[in-house]
Ligand binder design. Sequence first.
Ligand code: NAP
Length: 308
Amino acid sequence: MSLLLIAPNRDMNVWKESILEVDPNIDIEIWPKVKHKERVNFAVSWRHPKNVLNGYSNLKAVTSLGAGVNHLLEDEAIPEHVKLARVVTSSLKEQLAEYVLTAVLNYRNHTSRYVDQKREGYWSPHDAISKKDCVIGIMGLGEMGIEAARMLSNNGYSVTGWSKTEKQIDGIETFIYNQLNEFLDETNILVCMLPLTSETQGILNLDVFKKLKKPAYLINVGRGAHLIEEDLIYGIDTGALAGACLDVFEEEPLPSHHLFWNRPKIMITPHIGAVTDPKEAVAQIVENYKRTLSGMDLINQVDKKKGY
Ligand code: NAP
């Protein structure tokens, strides 16, 4: 029985040490130097290359290192019977909520314009965008979305939310699936905190941008493929949107020739909205490893039918 750590470009020795602090008896292998593939029951992955999990005949479960699971769902080499899970921690939720709050404040207070002006040695004040023109609509009221909705509401913003099934959250007006137009009608700042599924892919498109209350702004911390990139450029150029803050992209790292780099109204961060802290996440990972050995369901197990 062993646990496989697999995450290109990350130092997985830190994760190994953290897991061993919780349970020193776990046998751990780190990809790509795997000695006994047949002994691996459980894998912990962050964006593993597709198909490298081929040939692990006793693999029973794979957990994502973070809250996103697309890299697992998109890998056809992971057999249907293998359970999937993800890591959700309170600091992950808090970090992402703080990212969204910061993006809202940067937009309202023209932070990136002042950064550009400082570089040019140019003094020019701009009126801050008033809070009443900043009704925030959160798409996706899951683990991340609810935390962000609460933080924004506690900071005095008017917040609404949209989800597949009905939600009741104090102080937040909620809409369901078939009320997208009503939700967009009331929203100035659209925040995408949806999982990437066949229903949500490309949901951030020109049609949606046009329906937003003006002034309108976009924050995407979901996944890059939620956004139709050319629609964002067109939406900004034609005034449907005042700008956007993006943490996730169709292709990451964002290629150096990409159109977004030269657009002053698009704020870019390199997928740092929330980063999993090994010390906080290992308890869940070890628990799920043990549950896998006992054939139990997992904590934060992914519903493969729903796709999140
Ligand atoms: P989650 O707990 O699975 O919640 C997903 C929410 O989206 C749920 O409220 C769900 O509705 C709703 N939803 C799903 N499909 C929908 C549809 N077709 N129409 C309307 N609502 C729909 O997900 P999460 O953990 O909050 O994560 C949200 C996103 O944040 C993911 O894309 C994740 O990858 C991303 N994320 C990004 C970062 C970063 O660093 N940028 C960090 C962490 C997470 P129901 O509740 O009704 O099912």
